[in-house]
Design a protein around this ligand. Structure first.
Ligand SMILES: NC(=O)c1ccc[n+]([C@@H]2O[C@H](COP(=O)([O-])OP(=O)(O)OC[C@H]3O[C@@H](n4cnc5c(N)ncnc54)[C@H](O)[C@@H]3O)[C@@H](O)[C@H]2O)c1
Ligand SMILES: O=C(O)[C@H](O)CO
Length: 391
């Protein structure tokens, strides 16, 4: 489709970079214009751009694109970007299940993502969903606004106490571990986790915190690494899902696994919708009114499976887990720096878990790409870690 509305910055720039959406803040625009990019931001009033829309934005000459997780970045778009002379694409997201990385690699295009800057923000929303579901906050809010409150009652909106219970984490990476720490420090919960890899930092933290609590005469907290998701589901009072979405995690929570969970458990998902078989979840929620969920993501976003929206034991929010001002501006900046760095031929940043040097508004960012997921396949050099080397 031709003629999508765009806003242009630094019209005379040598590299043409397109952002498929306006993004928060201005640091990201400076990150690109400072290295000689002409930036074209699509301002079309359309929530999700189609492949045809993006093809029109790429046009016949485009060096790099910043895109969104709602877009289908596959063979068609990467072939078009390559043909237009492009070398770089970055999602403004840490998750990149919307991107066919192999297709990008085949066309020699680097794929960036934005890890780290959203870890705490996303974990906080998962914690908010946990509390909302466990303590029935949304149900009680609806009740209050509907004018149904007639006075305190011993049994009004009784929910679950978290203190001393067990929190289960499936996918104990950056966000899963940050969420675990919040629940352990905040509510003195024990933790059981399942991940393909050992989370040594989380284990060490829980051990040390448990020792600290003991030294204060308080009940210590414990951790355990499970050997299967089933073990977590059977044991935990709260289960929060934080894995990537791929073939191994698609419908990881299904009818059979839901049936293993405690009848009054809380299940939280702030990872990706298809990690849960949502139709099976709706049936489970109907059959088990004490079972509660907090969902930030949905299998067929922006839609919910039939029935979910009517269930009082479900708290649902529209994929807002990373929505804090600092995080969203930081995501935009990291995405821009991935593209800028690739176009300038910079190496990959050596530690994607420490992206803070890229976010300081008052100093120039390191001369590196913060996070390129196909860097190995493309044979990109890794920075020697000298943060002094500036753009
Ligand atoms: N709702 C939101 O707005 C939002 C915000 C940020 C991230 N996310 C999602 O959260 C995901 C995790 O982000 P992160 O920064 O913590 O990534 P991460 O890579 O640090 O953590 C993901 C973890 O999942 C584990 N994992 C992979 N396959 C698994 C499997 N089959 N079973 C169990 N664990 C498995 C990995 O080993 C890793 O530890 C992202 O990929 C994204 O999809 C959602
Ligand atoms: O993967 C991500 O980054 C989120 O879903 C959006 O913040």
């Amino acid at each position: 489709m031709a003629g999508l509305a765009v806003q242009i910055y630094n019209g005379g720039g040598v590299f043409r970079v397109v952002s498929t959406k306006p993004m928060p803040g201005t640091q990201w625009i400076r990150a690109l214009t400072n290295v000689g990019c002409r930036v074209e931001v699509c301002t079309e009033n359309k929530t999700i751009l189609s492949v045809e829309d993006i093809l029109a934005l790429i046009g016949s000459r485009c060096d790099g694109v910043i895109g969104q997780l709602t877009e289908d970045w596959g063979e068609t778009l990467f072939a078009a970007l390559k043909k237009a002379g492009g070398h770089a694409y970055s999602n403004m997201a840490v998750g990149y299940n919307n991107v066919d990385v192999n297709a990008a690699t085949r066309h020699g295009i680097a794929v960036g993502n934005t890890p780290g800057v959203l870890t705490e923000t996303t974990a906080e929303l998962a914690a908010a969903l946990t509390l909302s579901a466990a303590r029935r906050v949304v149900e009680a809010d609806d009740f209050m606004r509907a004018g149904k409150y007639e006075g305190w009652l011993p049994s009004l909106f009784v929910g679950n106490l978290l203190k001393g219970q067990t929190v289960g984490i499936i996918g104990a990476g950056r966000i899963g571990s940050a969420y675990a720490r919040m629940m352990i420090e905040g509510f003195k919960m024990n933790v059981i986790y399942y991940d393909l890899y050992q989370s040594t930092r989380l284990e060490k933290f829980v051990t040390a915190y448990g020792e600290f609590l003991k030294s204060q005469g308080e009940t210590p907290v414990y951790w355990r690494r499970a050997t299967s998701p089933e073990e977590v589901l059977k044991e935990a009072d709260v289960v929060s899902l934080h894995p990537i979405l791929d073939k191994t995690t698609y419908h990881l929570i299904n009818k059979e696994r839901l049936s293993l969970m405690k009848k009054d458990a809380v299940l939280v998902n702030a990872s990706r919708g298809p990690v849960i078989d949502e139709a099976a979840l709706v049936e489970h929620l109907k059959a088990n009114p004490m079972f509660r969920v907090g969902l930030d993501v949905f299998e067929d976003e922006p839609f919910m499976k039939p029935g979910l929206g009517e269930l009082p034991n479900a708290v649902v929010v529209p994929h807002i887990a990373s929505a804090s001002k600092w995080t969203r501006e930081g995501m935009a900046t990291l995405a821009a720096l991935n593209v800028a760095g690739k176009l300038k031929g910079y190496p990959l940043w050596s530690n994607p878990n420490n992206i803070m040097p890229f976010l300081d508004e008052h100093s120039r960012p390191p001369a590196a790409c913060p996070s390129i997921v196909n860097s190995k396949a493309l044979g990109l050099l890794v920075s020697d870690g000298k943060a002094e080397s500036k753009l």
